[in-house]
Write a protein that binds this ligand. Structure first.
Ligand SMILES: [Zn+2]
Length: 444
């Protein structure tokens, strides 16, 4: 990556965050040593005059919009190579999709395939302006060292990650043990300012009480949150009730696993009582609509979701584009009966829920103000009408979110400039294709 420590971004609409408010200002951003060293505000009518050159390394944003980077709160890097695979079993319901695709795939992954999957996900994430990723990893037969392999790749691309290994009892005692150990290995040996740990769990219906009890001890000792699938499909509640005589939310609560650093992916089939428990614990729900459509498991009922439950956006490994999830959430809110005003207010709530939640892991997350970390993305969007606090969410939903990313800067390093990645993409692509072929053969 380009490591010139002095960069200027000129002629940008800078979407600053002030408390729970968005304040766009127009001007030039000066970046030095990983931080925003100064912001020179200027009149928008000066856009077409020759931009001032503060540092020789300059990106002219040309009136485009600059925001903080996107965050993917629920990804599965391990699924990235799963394109065009030969599938033999039924894919007719959620359980069969798990059994005949994901649980066949994750047991054949090895170090090389995990590395290639992470490379593919990292490249796609940068293209989509995502530089903070909460990944939920599964490779039951290659657990030891798998999270460090993913962290290595993210480090190579200059990204930040909150990683965990998906513990489960579905593959027997020894592999369950390996999963728990990998969560522990990683959090003890590999976390730092850029890499954080959660405790990964698959879902209530594939976890026995003993594993949940042990998880509870670890998260108390290390102050961790859990990252788990919750009520994605009806099966989670049905099987939990049948096998463990308790519903998933009460089970997790019983073992003290729900806290304000925990992520509950999907949360579709929840009762009002479940929502009350979740809001009391402060855990966040991550919506992943592409995945819900694809698996036909149902959709979140937005009008029933209490405002005091933090809502975040993810992709569930379907792609690397949480902006797409944001847009779909707005459309779903409209479809389910919210007015335009309510839907925009709801998207604003989700936006700030995300900023509040990510700061639990990264207190230095940027607000795009002077002295902040220089993490920012330039969207290929030039507002056609005045751009201000009052109409920002209209621009966000109908303009910004539908546009590609022009440039990405993370910690003052340019990862992508004017649509050009600052990495030897073709070399990565060769490795990705080679490992993808190996996976394909293993799935035959
Ligand atoms: Zn998932």
């Amino acid at each position: 990556m380009n490591t010139d420590k002095n960069i200027t971004i000129t002629n940008a609409w800078i979407v600053q965050i002030s408390g729970q408010k968005i304040v766009p200002v127009f001007g030039d951003i000066l970046i030095s040593e990983g931080c925003i060293s100064d912001i020179k505000e200027k009149d928008y009518k000066n856009l077409y005059t020759q931009p001032a050159k503060y540092f020789s390394n300059t990106i002219n944003a040309g009136g485009r919009v600059v925001t903080v980077p996107m965050i993917n709160f629920h990804d599965h890097f391990y699924s990235r190579l799963a394109k065009g695979l030969p599938l033999t079993g039924s894919m007719e319901n959620f359980e069969n999709i798990l059994r005949n695709l994901w649980w066949k795939l994750d047991v054949v992954l090895d170090a090389e395939m995990i590395r290639a999957s992470a490379q593919m996900a990292a490249l796609e994430s940068i293209r989509n302006g995502v530089t903070y990723i909460f990944d939920h990893h599964s490779s039951p037969k290659y657990a030891n060292g798998s999270l460090e392999t993913i962290a290595d790749v993210l480090r190579e691309f200059g990204l930040r990650g909150v990683l965990c290994f998906e513990s489960t009892d579905r593959n027997g005692k020894q592999l369950a043990e390996n999963g728990i150990s990998e969560n522990l290995n990683y959090l003890r040996n590999s976390t730092d300012n850029d890499f954080k740990a959660m405790f990964g769990l698959h879902a209530s219906f594939t976890l026995n009480d003993d594993t949940l009890r042990r998880t509870s001890e670890v998260i108390k000792e290390y102050g961790l949150g859990i990252h788990i699938h919750l009520c994605e499909d009806k099966i989670d509640r049905e099987e939990s009730l049948k096998n463990f005589k308790n519903n998933p939310v009460d089970r997790l609560n019983h073992f003290g696993l729900l806290n304000d650093k925990s992520i509950l992916a999907h949360g579709i089939h929840l009762t009002d009582e479940d929502y009350r428990s979740i809001s009391n614990c402060g855990s966040a729900i991550v919506y992943n609509l592409d995945s819900n459509f694809n698996n036909a498991v149902g959709l979140p009922e937005i009008l029933r979701t209490p405002l005091n439950v933090p809502i975040l956006t993810g992709t569930d490994g379907m792609n690397s584009n949480p902006a797409r999830t944001f847009k779909q959430l707005f459309l779903l809110a409209r479809h389910q009966g919210m007015t335009f005003e309510q839907s925009l207010d709801w998207i604003k709530k989700v936006y700030f829920d995300e900023l509040n939640f990510v700061q639990k892991y990264y207190p230095d997350f940027s607000s795009l103000k002077t002295k902040d970390r220089a993490d920012l993305i330039i969207w290929d969007y030039i507002p056609p009408t005045p751009f201000m606090e009052e109409n920002f969410w209209g621009h966000y939903i109908y303009g910004i979110l539908d546009r590609p990313i022009h440039s990405v800067i993370q910690n003052g390093n340019i990862l992508m400039n004017n649509f050009r990645m600052d990495f030897a993409e073709s070399e990565y692509q060769q490795n990705i294709a080679a490992q993808g072929s190996r996976l394909y053969k293993n799935m035959l």
